[in-house]
Design a protein around this ligand. Structure first.
Ligand code: FAD
Ligand code: MLT
Ligand code: ZN
Length: 472
């Protein structure tokens, strides 16, 4: 606090009122570290504006004073993007008071919401309008629309509906100089030059503050079938997804891969989860089919696809949920992995992507090289296999101390990214770069792409006050 000019503090208080400032040391803490406690920073202050005009005024004041801003939504990000640095001079700008659903335009199939609206609240608002907002991820009860846009979030329904970038039609953004760009258009076609909204999607708070968005709605889902299938190998998963896609088309809305190690962690640490088969299997997939028809023949389609898969040796065993409670239990077994892995000590999180067809070879090569270079590390591989996106996470060897594992973290990450690069993949498919992968991006991203990104950053934020130290 002492690091912040008293005059600036008073001016900020005039804009947002006492309710819009967090200064108390204890209350500050939840804004200064992430949920895994993997990143920790300091901040002079947290400012919580309640309107776009207040955000603009805060940005203007901080810009004039040369104070850097760290935008923050639900603080569920996994790469330290919303955490300030250790200097104590940065101000966290939290969007969590901007929670208005501004408009639902049923005829246009759009919803206009403010950045601080929780993803789950957005899904509920869509359901109240008889529609679906399809983005879905484990943190949906705590993450915000602004954070989803700023990270271009993915999740479990991307294979049918795309990621956040595919779901946005318009944005309202406060630029680094405090001007408000009103790009809240609900147009599906607009070819009047550069599509500026896409500059801000995935920009991780480095180009401006997203304050509101026009998002696409889809027809409500009225029937659903969910199954948990045991498989012999990742290749079987790739074969099975091809088979299910050919059979079900767009009705295939979820296809998540889990290694036995991932499931064992959940069984060990997440209450209410239990083993589904009599014996363990090396891999599992969670398959979800859904349709807008009430009585779509999803069970028959699933049965037919699985029947062929059993014949071909792609599937070893299967459980089909027969109640909403069982559906929830299957998803819990999948979504519990993040939490479960936390209980096993320090971990390295990855969200790499490779072409779907190359997932089996990626896993084989990465597994072999890791076990040779770092014997005993536990590979927790799972994720959105239909998007080619694997959470190829690593936990320390069983029973070992934290320190030696932490000392190897950089080398482990580099090995995984080297294999990813060899498969023409990306080091971040959905979580973003934040502070965790900023350095790595310099090694693995095309220098020309990095140069173009810096050009854009300098054009919009010449003083470098928007989330410095992140992404670039
Ligand atoms: P924050 O964590 O607060 O911020 C994330 C980044 O966005 C930061 O760089 C921040 O500066 C910036 N930012 C936030 N709000 C704004 C704004 N209004 N304007 C400009 N910049 C802003 N992610 C996935 O993609 N797929 C998953 O399947 C997935 N599963 C998860 C499961 C769990 C259990 C957890 C804890 C996280 C998961 N995540 C997943 C990561 C995370 O939930 C997403 O990245 C989410 O989009 C972040 O939203 P947030 O509101 O918490 O953003
Ligand atoms: C998930 O899909 O569960 C998250 O994106 C991965 C993670 O928590 O590492
Ligand atoms: Zn994920």
């Amino acid at each position: 606090m002492s690091m912040l000019d008293q005059r600036l503090l008073q001016d900020l208080e005039k804009v947002v009122g006492e309710a819009g400032l967090v200064r108390d040391e204890q209350r500050l803490q939840s804004y200064l570290s992430d949920w895994r406690n993997a990143y920790r920073g300091k901040a002079a202050l947290v400012v919580r504006p309640a309107s776009t005009e207040q955000v603009a005024a805060v940005v203007r004041l901080c810009s004039a004073a040369g104070v850097a801003l760290v935008p923050q939504g639900g603080n569920t990000g996994l790469c330290g993007g919303s955490i300030p640095d250790g200097s104590g001079t940065q101000v966290v700008l939290s969007l969590t008071r901007m929670t208005q659903i501004r408009d639902v335009d049923a005829g246009n199939e759009t919803i206009t919401v403010e950045a601080g609206v929780l993803l789950q609240r957005l899904q509920e608002a869509a359901a109240e309008a008889g529609r679906l907002f399809p983005l879905s991820l484990g943190a949906e009860g705590s993450c915000t629309v602004g954070g989803n846009l700023a990270t271009n979030a993915g999740g479990t329904a991307v294979l049918r509906y795309g990621n956040m970038r595919d779901l946005v039609l318009g944005l309202e953004v406060v630029l680094p100089d405090g001007r408000i760009w009103n790009g809240l258009r609900g147009l599906r076609k607009d070819n009047t030059g550069y599509d500026l909204k896409h500059l801000f999607v995935g920009s991780e708070g480095t180009l401006g503050i997203i304050t509101a968005a026009v998002l696409k709605l889809y027809p409500a889902v009225r029937s659903r079938t969910t199954a948990w299938v045991a498989l012999p190998s990742p290749q079987a998963a790739v074969d099975l997804i091809g088979r299910m896609r050919a059979l079900c088309g767009d009705r295939l809305t979820g296809f998540e891969l889990m290694s036995r190690q991932s499931v064992e962690f959940v069984l060990r640490h997440v209450a209410g989860c239990s083993e589904l088969f009599a014996e363990p299997h090396p891999w599992y997939v969670l398959i979800e089919l859904s349709d807008t028809l009430v009585d779509a023949p999803l069970a028959e389609m699933l049965e037919s696809g699985l029947g062929e898969a059993f014949e071909q040796g792609e599937a070893l065993d299967a459980v089909v949920a027969s109640s909403e409670a069982q559906v929830a239990a299957l998803w819990k077994l999948r979504e519990g992995i993040s939490e479960a892995q936390n209980h096993e000590g320090p971990s390295l999180k990855h969200d790499i992507s490779v072409p779907v067809s190359r997932i089996p070879a990626f896993i084989a090569q990465a597994d072999a090289r890791l076990q040779q270079a770092f014997p005993g590390v536990r590979i927790v591989a799972y994720g959105h296999v239909g998007d080619g996106n694997l959470h190829y996470n690593i936990s320390k060897p069983l029973g070992s101390e934290d320190a030696p594992f932490k000392a190897q973290a950089e080398a482990i990450m580099q090995l995984i990214y080297d294999v990813t690069a060899a498969f023409a993949g990306s080091i971040s498919a959905e979580h973003g770069l934040g502070q965790a992968k900023r350095e790595a991006a310099r090694r693995y991203k095309d220098p020309l792409e990095l140069e173009l990104m810096r050009t854009l950053k300098n054009a919009l934020d010449p003083a470098g006050l928007m989330n410095p130290g992140k992404l670039l």
